[in-house]
Design a protein around this ligand. Structure first.
Ligand SMILES: [Zn+2]
Ligand SMILES: [Zn+2]
Length: 321
């Protein structure tokens, strides 16, 4: 608990990458102010760039009002309301799915019916400062780097696959050659799941599950064909392309489609802290916020690197102002 208010002075600037209905631009916004007892003001240190941000930047995912992009972050608390479990100086990351706290799902401690997503429905972390309700913030241990902290969100998102009923003894494979597909394969191996090579597994047509990471229409047909009767197609990408489903194909094989949003943030933090999941330094690409167009509007050339905007240096800041 903390009763101190420590709002940064207006001498500090708040740069933000903002999308509106027509364009994407870098601008300066007022530093947000805490106006409720359960809020945190976070100084963003680094912010990961992911495909969802590009979908927003290119308006494949539309925003209704000018919105600051970004949902993967490491930051330091610079101000907090009196009803939070955080203190000024705490290192944090944030779950970008923000529950409404008033629907039946929220009131019965299950999944929110109307969550808002950071960087789409409300202002995100491609900015110097971010204001969030403390319920979505997670403490980051001292031993983790800011890049690992900002990587918690993709790891937690990937962990969602384990909520779909797939079993370690099942025959399964992950579709895709992208970085997220590799992360999912690493998690499956870590938890002793079989993870068959994509090319051979698809031709054998004996899979209990397939996890997609960006399916197109052609791949969908091959995937449905490769599943055994009663098999599961796990949807894990947030691609916006329309897919041609035929109910008949699904029904005749008794297939299941299971979409997987995210798993546990605490588990993701532990996996990264204990280095069961690695973010090798040579795969980190550091990008100044000013280069936002290059990294959000153009398809990335390399799937090897994970790019991060650095808003306050590459390490944790020594002081929190
Ligand atoms: Zn992401
Ligand atoms: Zn809710």
């Amino acid at each position: 608990m903390n009763n101190t208010t420590h709002t940064p002075s207006s001498a500090h600037i708040n740069r933000a990458v903002v999308a509106d209905t027509k364009k994407l631009h870098l601008t300066q916004l007022p530093i947000p102010r805490i106006d409720s007892c359960d809020q945190l003001l976070i100084r963003v240190v680094v912010a990961g760039i992911c495909r969802t941000d590009s979908f927003v930047a290119t308006r494949h995912i539309p925003v209704n009002r000018p919105t600051t992009l970004g949902h993967e972050l490491a930051g330091v608390v610079v101000d907090c309301g009196y009803e939070t479990d955080f203190n000024i100086g705490d290192r944090v990351t944030v779950d970008p799915s923000i529950p409404c706290q008033s629907c039946h799902g929220c009131l019965s401690d299950s999944q929110c019916y109307n969550p808002k997503t950071l960087g789409i429905d409300c202002d995100g972390c491609f900015a110097d400062y971010l204001l969030v309700t403390s319920h979505v913030a997670h403490h980051i241990p001292e031993t983790m780097t800011p890049f690992e902290a900002a990587y918690v969100e993709p790891v937690a998102a990937a962990l969602g696959i384990f909520n779909t009923g797939i079993q370690a003894s099942d025959r399964g494979c992950v579709l895709g050659k992208n970085r997220f597909a590799r992360l999912i394969r690493n998690l499956l191996r870590h938890y002793d799941f079989q993870c068959l090579p994509e090319d051979t597994a698809l031709t054998e047509c004996s899979l209990d599950y397939i996890i997609e990471t960006g399916l197109d229409a052609n791949e969908l047909g091959a995937a449905l064909n490769a599943l055994i009767p009663g098999g599961t197609l796990v949807l894990k990408s947030r691609h916006t392309a329309l897919l041609p489903w035929k109910a008949r194909d699904m029904v005749l094989k008794n297939l299941r489609v299971h979409a997987a949003l995210a798993g546990s943030f605490s588990e993701a933090i532990t996996l990264l802290q204990q280095r069961h999941i690695h973010l090798p330094e040579d795969q980190i690409r550091v990008v100044p916020l000013e280069d936002y167009k290059q990294h959000l509007l153009i398809k990335p050339e390399s799937e090897v690197h994970k790019s991060f905007f650095t808003l306050k240096g590459k390490g944790w800041p020594a002081c929190v102002d």
